[in-house]
Design a protein around this ligand. Structure first.
Ligand SMILES: Nc1ncnc2c1ncn2[C@@H]1O[C@H](COP(=O)(O)OP(=O)(O)OP(=O)(O)O)[C@@H](O)[C@H]1O
Length: 684
């Protein structure tokens, strides 16, 4: 069965629709079959008219008992009728659908589904959906798939073409897992799973199908990532890097001793820089665990060996911050560090490009985009990046200088359990800084409801009077940048009205230009702003040690990882710090999350709990932390399946190192297809 045929072979897909589908990543029948629902919906039970609930969607079964009228209002037609069941009557209204008048004749009986509202002085059902009774009762237990959509692609259209695709391929999709493997891991057959995921018989069949498809996804991922590792293990280190006297000098110049974990990780990096293997390493460390000094040591080590090194950050704010701290550490070692960010003038940038090309600059810090796109290095031997921007194959090639691949170091502040890290980052070597610098005070954390606001305002004033600064992560409005902006502005106004007018309050949001955000962050860093009200644009790595209070409104919106990252913005200096989580949610998962946050500060412990408490609302979740994204699997929720699939991948590869044997041919093909889209995300 050729599932690689374009979707236009299906009925109802013309030029326009196929372009729209293309935008959704759907080009072939296979893409369509792998476009899984994001959720499922059951038909709602029928409510008696006497028991309908106001301002909610209700389903009623009733007979038209009033002559349906079309009423003209300005340039719109309003269709009005009345529905009766044996408990009462209710008006129903539709807009711009005059043809309904003929359908809704007195005596006609239907199911009506719509919101009940009090409008124009009457209680009415607004624009209800009209459903044939027979169809509704037939499907009362039916799980209807809900697909993610874009404009001009309707749910009906999507359901329709997927149904066609299933009929088209009925039971002839190639099963690529042998029976004994399916038996061993308790996995359903492939055709069955695809059918059930789109049109489940019941919850049980759905779960069975999901398990199989999640397993598939993890297996293909694990095969691919392990193969990449196999291919890149042997990349040779082309640089001649040796011990330098400045290493000891830098370590001795620090006002603290490196922790045991920092020493261990630094040794791993140093040994690799000196070895004959090209480095591709991830350094994981909790917020504030001291990753910057590790980066500085690596930059120094390479630069003192007369090679170039660069460090990239996702935003200008962070690039500047790294620039400042690295300069402070390395200037005394006789090294000049340069900065390259978008807001510099063309002349300034050109100057940097020139000096990089001729080798005058040995250490460059900048934003990711700039360093990758334009820069030509003279002899780049080390590139440090953050986990959101791990290098794709192409990008690393772009950075490679005369065929020499630079060493790659990825810094990650997402503390995920070691077992998980070893699987999802298995294309890299992983070093973990699993110890915090001594003497850190616990960030006192409280979870309260909104009735505490007044007291919180007094607390804010107290901190500011003591010379400290405050972050507030303000309530966010779902999915709307415009509304998000409004909510930051109005929240800031409210705070200003309420607190002492000598206190300086500023806000920051996602729609601001980089330069505006830089200015605000710089002023906040320089203590010219007391309270920074922000949406979640506040960067993961921002370091303002004088800030001691983090207030998170609507804390229920965040998963544990997000809350932990945000809280990590305080407690970075010598002062006692606090985090206040505000939520009115009574949801049990939210309550548990809040309890865990109040009790624990160790990111690795929190991430273990995160595994157990996954749930909706993690808007500050995976994406921001650069973990690989999956279509149907969730590495936290489905960790057991991930482990099994990873184990199987390793076993398959141990017998067939490059997945080339005849039996694995189709698996190899599937894996490549799966990786076509992802290959850019994976480190080489
Ligand atoms: N061994 C140590 N002993 C004491 N203080 C340390 C030690 N290592 C680093 N620090 C200090 O701890 C603070 C946090 O370090 P750093 O900014 O490197 O954290 P980080 O790991 O980059 O955190 P984040 O991921 O949140 O940005 C800095 O002020 C740094 O000087």
């Amino acid at each position: 069965m050729n599932t690689n045929l374009p979707v236009v072979v299906l009925k109802g897909i013309g030029d326009k629709k196929s372009k729209l589908l293309d935008k959704m990543g759907i080009r072939t029948i296979e893409n369509l079959l792998n476009y899984y629902p994001r959720d499922y919906e059951k038909n709602m039970p029928i409510t008696k008219i006497s028991e309908i609930k106001m301002d909610e969607i209700n389903v009623i079964e009733g007979t038209i008992c009033f002559p349906t009228q079309n009423i003209r209002k300005r340039n719109m037609v309003l269709t009005k009728t009345k529905i009766r069941d044996n408990t009462g009557e209710i008006f129903a209204i539709w807009f711009s659908q005059p043809y309904l008048k003929n359908k809704l004749k007195i005596g006609a009986k239907y199911i009506f589904k719509g919101k009940i509202q009090y409008k124009y002085n009457i209680v009415q059902m607004s624009s209800p959906q009209i459903i044939e009774i027979s169809k509704y009762s037939e499907s009362i237990n039916h799980l209807k798939p809900i697909y993610p959509l874009i404009k001009d692609i309707s749910m009906n259209f999507m359901t329709g073409i997927i149904k066609q695709a299933i009929e088209y391929t009925r039971n002839q999709l190639k099963e690529f897992l042998p029976n004994e493997i399916r038996e061993k891991y308790n996995l359903a057959e492939y055709n069955y799973s695809i059918r059930q995921i789109h049109d489940p018989e019941d919850y049980e069949s759905l779960e069975t199908a999901k398990k199989r498809l999640i397993f598939d996804e993890f297996l293909l991922f694990a095969l691919g990532i392990n193969l990449i590792k196999e291919h890149t293990n042997d990349v040779i280190n082309e640089f001649n890097i040796n011990d330098i006297p400045n290493e000891k000098k830098l370590i001795e110049s620090l006002p603290y001793n490196l922790t045991g974990a920092q020493q261990k990780v630094w040794k791993e990096i140093k040994d690799e820089l000196k070895s004959n293997k090209a480095m591709n390493r991830l350094v994981q460390g909790d917020v504030g665990s001291g990753k910057t000094i590790i980066a500085a040591l690596a930059l120094l080590y390479v630069a003192d060996n007369n090679y170039q090194a660069c460090m990239m950050a996702p935003t200008e704010v962070l690039a500047k911050q790294h620039y400042n701290s690295i300069t402070q550490l390395l200037n005394p070692m006789g090294l000049k560090v340069e900065l390259l960010v978008g807001s510099m003038t063309k002349r300034q940038k050109d100057e940097i490009y020139k000096k990089l090309k001729n080798g005058e600059i040995s250490i460059l810090i900048g934003t990711h985009a700039l360093i990758q796109e334009k820069v030509e290095f003279n002899n780049l031997a080390l590139a440090i990046t953050d986990e959101q921007h791990r290098f794709g194959v192409k990008q690393r090639e772009n950075l490679s200088d005369k065929g020499k691949y630079p060493h790659i170091l990825v810094m990650s502040a997402t503390p995920i359990p070691r077992t998980l890290a070893l699987i999802v980052y298995s294309d890299m070597d992983v070093s973990i800084i699993d110890e915090m610098p001594p003497g850190r005070q616990k960030i006192e954390t409280y979870a309260v409801n909104t009735s505490y606001r007044e007291r919180i305002y007094s607390f804010i004033e107290g901190e500011i009077n003591n010379g400290r600064q405050v972050y507030i992560i303000c309530p966010m409005v779902e999915d709307s940048e415009t509304l998000e902006l409004e909510s930051v502005v109005s929240y800031t106004e409210k705070i200003k009205e309420r607190i002492d007018n000598k206190i300086k309050v500023e806000y920051m949001h996602g729609k601001m230009k980089a330069k505006e955000k830089n200015d605000i962050m710089e002023r906040f860093s320089n203590d010219e702003i007391d309270i920074l009200v922000s949406t979640t644009v506040i960067e993961v790595g921002v370091n303002v040690p004088n800030a001691t209070l983090m207030i998170i409104e609507n804390a229920e919106r965040f998963g544990l990882a997000g809350l932990h990252q945000l809280r990590g913005r305080v407690g970075r200096g010598e002062y006692k710090s606090y985090c206040i989580l505000i939520t009115d949610s009574k949801n049990t998962i939210t309550k548990k999350r809040m309890d865990i946050m109040c009790k624990y500060t160790d990111g690795f412990v929190i991430s273990e709990y995160d595994l157990k408490l996954r749930g909706p609302g993690d808007v500050f979740g995976l994406k921001q932390h650069g973990l690989p994204e999956f279509i149907i699997g969730d590495i936290f929720r489905d960790i057991d399946i991930l482990k099994e699939a990873n184990g199987l991948a390793k076993q398959i590869l141990s017998n067939d190192k490059y997945l080339e044997s005849e039996v694995n041919k189709y698996l190899n093909h599937k894996m490549k297809r799966y990786f076509t889209k992802r290959i850019e995300q994976i480190s080489l």
